[in-house]
Write a protein that binds this ligand. Structure first.
Ligand code: SF4
Length: 176
């Protein structure tokens, strides 16, 4: 499966192959989740602690043999261009939903890891009821303990594309 070509066709700004064996689930990243950096810790089935221990996420990522890192880069008017930031986030999420759906159709066992907590439902059923769509749920790269800048370097992509830009990154791991 040529995930890089598929990602570029969908409309991502950048895409490159990933080696799952090199991915590291870092406790420091989990600490940032627990510190409430994005306010989603213990509020979604897709996030820690519900998505599993750091040992579990590392082991799960290493079961895969191939993957793709995808990025959406926005040009901003200035560093306060909230509108362009929000538009880029919406575009990245929409494109990633498409990529994840297609990857799941083409490869029954794959692991899409998004930018940010799962937004499949308007309001997550956590913790009172089970996840409504476990087959569509999207955990984030950070929830799995990944330092996004490190993964970008591993894939040969930049994490930062210069002043007045903002980049969202996500990945899909597959059994190639
Ligand atoms: S699919 Fe819905 S219920 Fe499941 S983690 Fe995502 S938002 Fe929560």
């Amino acid at each position: 499966m040529d995930l890089v070509s598929l990602a570029l066709e969908i409309g991502f700004s950048h895409a490159a192959e990933l080696e799952p064996a090199r991915l590291r689930a870092l406790p420091e990243v989990r600490d940032m989740c627990a510190a409430g950096r994005c306010q989603r810790y213990d509020r979604s089935w897709s996030c820690p602690p519900a998505c599993g221990s750091i040992e579990h996420t590392q082991e799960r990522m290493h079961r895969y043999t191939g993957g793709v890192l995808v990025q959406t880069t926005a040009e901003l008017e200035d560093e306060f261009d909230i509108e362009a930031m929000a538009a880029a986030e919406r575009l990245h999420k929409a494109h990633f939903m498409t990529l994840a759906r297609q990857a799941r159709l083409l490869c029954l066992d794959c692991l899409p890891l998004s930018a940010g907590s799962c937004t499949v439902c308007r309001s997550c059923s956590y913790p009172d009821r089970p996840c409504r769509f476990p087959k569509r749920m999207l955990s984030s790269m950070e929830a799995y303990g990944l330092l996004v800048s490190e993964v970008c370097t591993q894939a040969g992509l930049r994490y930062y594309y210069g002043p007045k830009t903002l980049t969202y990154s996500s990945c899909v791991l597959i059994k190639a």
